[in-house]
Design a protein around this ligand. Sequence first.
Ligand code: GLU
Length: 281
Amino acid sequence: MSKPLLRFAPSPNGHLHLGHALSALVTWNAAQSLGGITLLRIEDIDQSRCKPEFTQAIFDDLTWLGLTWPEPVLIQSERFDLYAEAANRLRAMDLIYPCFCSRTEIAEASTSVDPDGAPLYPGTCRHLSNATRIARLERGDPVQFRLDTEAALARTGMLTFTVIGPTLHDRPQIRHARPERWGDVVLQRKDTPTSYHLSVVVDDAAQHITHVTRGRDLEAATDIHVLLQMLLGLPTPFYHFHRLLLGDDGQKLAKSKGSQSLSDLRALGWTPDDVRRAVGF
Ligand code: GLU
């Protein structure tokens, strides 16, 4: 049997903080205890926010923590064609449609929220006529492309996946995926021919990932990933959802909230062992 493959997949839209250190350490430790390898993936599809200097800082921070990975590192911004190809396969199944709604229109029309607390897309553009779609696309109206989740589920039927946890030594549990709670998710944006959901699924398969370790904040999103895997004929890895580090405000640490970066801590004299202790390793 081939070795278990895990991945650490940060986005270079800021510096890594202690929350990322926890996620990285969980992943490398899991790989070690499974006798596997951790691959590195740079999730930089959002070209307006990701910067090469943050990618370099990721390499530097992980190396400083004593973590190693095989080359080459997978860089998502070099793979837009592959994500577009996956989207086109879904389009050929008639599972993707153009949506012309603005954020404000969605917020006004929505009557419930998705698992992240954002307004649930009410399906406004799902039933537009082909003529209207073509006219609006030709006119250059702002557009994003959404998955018709209900039609997708009608094809796949009930979906399950296997979760290992709370620790990696626990007995695996079969979980029922409920992608319908996300509604019709966006798979492609006007300027980006992919989305987090699509690229993560394409790349977990391309890198032959057997075990996905990710924070509990991405637990619900896994339902969409399992649906996309089934539609695209890709394998579903095992999943392990790890605890999150919370700040003093009880919220998870975030780059956007200015959580202290690993490089700041290093400049303050912290050692890799201090980081390990701070995140509970
Ligand atoms: N790139 C994602 C992040 O930084 C994690 C990827 C994943 O586990 O799917 O939050």
